[in-house]
Design a protein around this ligand. Structure first.
Ligand code: NAG
Ligand code: NAG
Ligand code: NAG
Ligand code: NAG
Ligand code: NAG
Ligand code: NAG
Length: 671
């Protein structure tokens, strides 16, 4: 393996200890083509931002022995007959964890400049689940400080503590604008937030984030994290050694007492911890320190933060070890691989049982394919989408109620969605990565009833290349999700699962319906960065997305043989198939209409996306009943499919609305 050397400027948002870092990336040489014939770009010269790194890995070679391509899958129709089902989970299982230092890139520059593509993207999820959870935090939350004004007038800014020590950990300063931004987003889309108390200085607690978070967000504030990865505080020199679980538990107690003593903080029963990374302390050490019983009345949820691997050596060097991601790619691409959700969650099953016994939700508060930004070619590939679907379903099966996928800046590989680079936002669109599709697929698999219970089926004699899950909703079989991890364009490793429901004796009659509906998540290779479709729709390629799915939705109808009690479901290599056993199971996740937005982020009409029909309905006398969709006018947009829906005259309405919002905004800030 040769080592590649690259320089990436302005690494932002990965850590509190580096403001600008030279990045040396280890990577294998020699891939020029994938099995699907995609040509790899000349990588040696790649000096750009990680999010646009074109490196394409080879798909792992086919397993030996090959899994059977025909197998039966016998299911029960009633949840009561199934062993090992999870507790009920909601379709809002996956959310985002957005590094505080990049919210100005991802969410909006300020409260009147919200990122329309981001609103569109999350409303695509909300149309399926009813709500979306976002945590604002990460390493950069620990030093965050509310200030009246930043030096350059921005909402958020990194400041060096001591101008004579430019390498000292910068603090993150933010203004009240951040609270207006979050509140305004929630007024446009049903986003619920998690915030975090900065813990850098336990003797000088900055509780403004709690006070204003509660005041501005109300019920849209889900909870407050106290301590981010405290098991690494000693390692990161955030605390002097020794810093033990009991020290964290006591600090948690001090924060709670300070909140309870603060008349501006009315709510103190929504705290979140311990958020250990578990690379320092196993969560058991925190349980043994009495954490849960001590804070039983004040805990919203019990949390951990974990990634299956890390790319820290490539980013920071140091004493870690480099990864040969081409060789390790396969670790993501089986049900029980070393980087699989199943493998990652094993070490937390005891904790999720302890949380369940304490009647507290268990949340994976920060996660993704690999910490320190993910791996080139892997984190941003279709393989990560398959991994993400399997991981999301495994989170549910393991009795976690939520998992928050971490979103960094331009220099990370794992972002579900990346805004265009600074300075290009007027003519470029967003980049939606394959892992974003996992969020949609898991949302649809779990539905919006809050009653879904999941079982990991291990079909095909437990073959790890062909996993499947069944989802029981309202105590009955609603959906089955099947994954094919293999890449084989010849079709020889497409498999067919013959699903039977009930049957066998008179007490359990044959129960397959006459037909089932199937939605596929497809791409030609696990290695692809783009060319991904979910039921025929796609977010498009690099710098191409305004956050909406494009193209016509295509849902297959598969006839079942009711006499033989079999529904044959084909799953291409690679793909995910989501099978709907009832009309209700499909209807509840089918958007009736996805609300899309025009806000003041749309100052230059090139990025104009769509109009919020509710705003239209209430502001200019139109009914808003008809879907008001406008084609994108952006350069290079691929919105041909939707431009036929352009409604003449809307442009003028948008301008008016935009002006009104800006005007209101200016008035409200004239103090
Ligand atoms: C919000 O951001 C936009 C775009 O940068 C800027 O024009 C506007 O002045 C900002 N508003 C405030 C109050 O900072
Ligand atoms: C949106 O932000 C502005 C300040 O920029 C504020 O006046 C307005 O009340 C906010 N709207 C909501 C719903 O919070
Ligand atoms: C689960 O955690 C508890 C609390 O730390 C511990 O006492 C128990 O031994 C653990 N059980 C297993 C199976 O690890
Ligand atoms: C999830 O919780 C249920 C209900 O307590 C339990 O039966 C099941 O074993 C748990 N699942 C796992 C994977 O621990
Ligand atoms: C599901 O749970 C969420 C959060 O508690 C709630 O807002 C929503 O109304 C519930 N949905 C249903 C269908 O009960
Ligand atoms: C992938 O999509 C791009 C456009 O985004 C298209 O030009 C290309 O032909 C597609 N490749 C494959 C293999 O489908």
């Amino acid at each position: 393996m040769a080592s590649w050397v690259r320089f990436i400027c302005c690494l932002y948002g990965l850590t509190t200890t580096h403001a600008a870092v030279t990045v040396y990336s280890q990577r294998p040489l020699g891939q020029t083509e994938t099995q699907t014939g995609t040509t790899t770009a000349a990588e040696a010269t790649w000096t750009g931002l990680a999010a646009y790194d074109p490196l394409i890995l080879d798909p792992p070679s086919l397993p030996d022995p090959l899994p059977a391509t025909q197998f039966g899958l016998q299911l029960q129709s009633a949840a009561a007959s199934v062993n090992g089902l999870s507790i009920p989970v909601s379709g809002a299982l996956f959310g985002f964890s957005i590094e505080t230092s990049v919210i100005n890139q991802v969410l909006g520059v300020n409260s009147s400049f919200i990122q329309v593509p981001f609103l569109n993207l999350i409303s695509t999820v909300i149309a399926r689940t009813g709500r979306f959870h976002i945590r604002v935090g990460g390493n950069t939350q620990e030093t965050a400080k509310l200030v009246e004004n930043t030096v350059d007038g921005r909402m958020i800014e990194k400041q060096s503590i001591d101008p004579n020590k430019p390498t000292a950990t910068p603090i993150l300063v933010y203004t009240m604008e951040m609270f207006y931004l979050l509140a305004n987003i929630s007024s446009l889309a049903n986003v619920k937030w998690y915030l975090g108390v900065p813990m850098k200085d336990i003797d000088d607690l900055r509780l403004e984030i709690v006070q204003y978070g509660q005041q501005f967000l109300g019920d849209n504030l889900l909870g407050i994290q106290v301590g981010n990865e405290p098991d690494l505080y000693e390692r990161h020199s955030a605390r002097t050694a020794p810093y033990n679980p009991i020290d964290y538990v006591n600090e948690f107690g001090r924060v709670l007492e300070a909140m309870q003593a603060d008349p501006n903080i009315p709510v103190t029963n929504n705290l979140i911890g311990p958020s250990v990374s578990s690379s320092g302390w196993d969560p058991e050490l925190v349980w043994d320190a009495g954490f849960i019983p001590r804070f039983q009345d004040n805990l919203l949820a019990v949390t951990v933060e974990n990634y299956p691997s890390d790319n820290c050596f490539a980013v920071y060097g140091g004493s870690g070890s480099p990864h040969d991601i081409q060789a390790e790619y396969v670790n993501y691409l089986t049900h029980d691989g070393a980087y699989s959700g199943l493998h990652l969650l094993q070490k937390f099953l005891n904790s999720s049982a302890i949380a369940q016994a304490a009647n507290k939700p268990m949340v994976m508060f920060e996660t993704n394919t690999a910490s320190c930004g993910g791996f080139p070619g892997a984190s941003n590939s279709f393989g990560a989408a398959l991994w993400g679907v399997d991981y999301g379903m495994q989170l549910a099966f393991s009795n976690f109620t939520h998992g928050l996928l971490h979103v960094g800046g331009q220099n990370t590989y794992y972002n579900p969605a990346t805004p265009p680079p600074t300075g290009q936002s007027t003519f470029q669109q967003w980049t939606i990565s394959p892992i974003m599709y996992s969020v949609l697929v898991v949302a649809e698999a779990l539905g919006r009833s809050n009653t879904s219970r999941v079982v990991d089926l291990w079909p095909n004699s437990g073959n790890p290349h062909t996993p499947a899950y069944a989802i029981y909703e309202h105590d009955n079989l609603a959906r089955v999700l099947l994954i094919n991890y293999m890449t084989d364009p010849s079709g020889a490793n497409d498999y067919t699962a013959s699903i039977s429901v009930g049957g066998g004796d008179t007490n359990t009659p044959n129960a397959v319906p006459a037909s089932v509906k199937v939605k596929y998540l497809r791409s030609s290779s696990v290695s692809n960065h783009f060319n991904v479709s979910w039921a025929g729709q796609t977010f498009g390629g690099q710098l191409e997305s305004d956050g909406r799915l494009k193209g016509d939705e295509f849902i297959e109808t598969v006839a079942c043989d009711q006499a033989a009690n079999v529904c044959p479901i084909k799953v291409p290599a690679p793909a995910v198939a989501l099978v709907f056993f009832t009309d209700q199971a499909l209807q509840e996740i089918s958007p009736t209409s996805t609300i899309t937005y025009a806000t003041t982020a749309v100052t230059r009409t090139m990025n104009t996306a769509t109009v919020d029909e509710q705003v239209l309905a209430t502001s200019n006398g139109q009914t808003g009943k008809e879907r008001a969709i406008m084609g994108s006018t952006s350069k290079g947009s691929t919105g041909a499919a939707i431009s036929s829906h352009v409604i003449p005259g809307l442009t003028a309405i948008i301008s008016v609305l935009t002006t009104v919002i800006i005007f209101t905004r200016l008035l409200s800030h004239s103090h």
